[in-house]
Design a protein around this ligand. Structure first.
Ligand SMILES: *Cc1c(COP(=O)(O)O)cnc(C)c1O
Length: 410
């Protein structure tokens, strides 16, 4: 987002005009930023064969999926529905890695029938899979390295109490199951969480996978998940992608030499690719001064952007209607009948009723976690592509709320 001559714009599109055209609340995404982020990753790992699968749960609009395919990414899907969306978006089955957690064998069979790559997350399924498919369908195995990435248990998936993956300590048993059924293990996977600060954590986990690899002789790739951090606050430490990339690439090449084959190095970023591309634009309905607080109440709530309430996530807020107004302190709150506070004590250019506020860094886990709570419509989504704003999801209507409801005669 840029401020030029008192007007905020994104890739040349004026944001207040965009709200006039598409109304509020509205999510808007910059294709250009997604491309820049994608290219940062593709350039960060010198000398290795890199495979990037976009974790589409972050933002699953079909146009974004098609754009990721155009950029050259594969897809990381965590449900059979995401697999089907990916196929619909034009991905080849072999470009899709299906990485579910705690799903039934039936759902895994559906994914096998679609021809996508399968990542197995527990021993019970691995045994059933071996009994059913033997060596006919290659698999990847998700290992839990028991490394706590960052400090936030809510978004960390690699720690000792985590439900994800097969414990590193159980790999000897896994190796026996694999041998017994002749399972073709072509990949090892780990995804430690969404908050990794430096190369250290990555490398520690990587060493465990390198050790584990000795029991699996037919590997084609290793997948180190995601966890590339993006900056939410100005002072946030973010993943230094070139530093991490160079260190991992270096260590990975050593490993390949020792393993005796050149494997592919895979990642499955969600947030890194789409978070910073997105802004959520809302309108101020009321400014309310109470004895203790100045509230700015907006035409949205936890139904549209739940990260602040669910994870205590910080999203920077800008009043794009009043860039030169004096700064005052606000609590920005939603219209849902719950306490849905987006931010306390935010210094914003004076907010007047009707002003448009922009939430930054909302491309990832914004719309994709939205709901209809309080029977509110989910917002529209707009994609800025080649300097023009395109509607990629219509705002919902009453028909959408009633769809699938059975209106009984009483
Ligand atoms: C959510 C998820 C990702 C993406 O995580 P980000 O923090 O958005 O990059 C990658 N892999 C798996 C298996 C996931 O569940």
């Amino acid at each position: 987002m840029e401020l030029i001559n008192g007007r905020y714009s994104l890739d040349g599109v004026d944001l207040l005009e965009l709200v006039n055209e598409f109304d509020s609340p509205v999510y808007v995404y910059s294709a250009e930023t997604m491309r820049e982020q994608y290219e940062k990753l593709t350039h960060a790992f010198p000398g290795v064969k890199l495979g990037l699968h976009y974790a589409c749960k972050a933002l699953s609009n079909i146009t974004v999926l098609k754009y990721m395919k155009q950029l050259g990414a594969g897809l990381d899907a965590v449900s059979i529905q995401e697999v089907l969306l990916g196929l619909k978006a034009g991905f080849e089955p072999t470009q899709i890695l299906y990485t579910p957690n705690g799903v039934s064998m039936e759902e895994i069979e559906m994914a096998v029938n679609e021809g996508v790559k399968i990542n197995i997350d527990n021993r019970s399924i691995l045994e059933q899979f071996g009994a059913k498919y033997g060596d006919k369908v290659p698999v990847c195995i998700r290992v839990n390295p028991h490394i706590l990435a960052g400090g936030n248990h809510k978004i960390s998936t690699g720690h000792i109490d985590s439900k994800f993956g097969i414990s590193y300590y159980q790999l000897r048993h896994v190796a026996r199951v694999v041998k017994l059924y002749g399972i073709n293990v072509e990949g090892l996977h780990m995804h430690t969480g969404s908050d990794i600060l430096d190369a250290e954590v990555f490398i520690r986990g990587a060493e465990l996978l390198f050790d584990a690899a000795q029991d699996f002789k037919d590997l084609r790739y290793m997948d180190f998940g995601s966890g590339f951090k993006v900056g939410y606050k100005e002072a946030d430490i973010t993943t230094d992608i070139n530093d991490i990339g160079a260190k991992i690439a270096e260590r990975f090449k050593e490993f390949c030499t020792q393993y005796g084959r050149e494997l592919e190095l895979w990642f499955e970023p969600g947030k890194f690719l789409v978070s910073e591309s997105g802004y959520f634009l809302v309108k101020t309905n009321v400014v309310k001064q109470t004895t203790s607080t100045m509230f700015a109440g907006i035409d949205s709530g936890l139904n549209h952007l739940i990260r602040p309430m669910l994870y205590d996530a910080y999203h920077k807020i800008t009043n794009i209607s009043n860039p030169t107004g004096i700064e005052r302190i606000y609590a920005v709150v939603g219209y849902i009948c719950e306490t849905d506070t987006f931010g306390w004590d935010r210094k914003l250019n004076e907010v007047r009723e009707g002003d448009i506020l922009a939430f930054h860094n909302t491309g990832a886990y914004g719309f994709s976690m939205a709901s209809n709570y309080n029977s509110r419509f989910r917002p529209a989504e707009v994609f800025i592509y080649k300097g023009k704003a395109h509607l990629i999801r219509k705002r919902e209507t009453l028909d959408d709320l009633l769809r699938n409801q059975v209106d009984m005669d009483l």
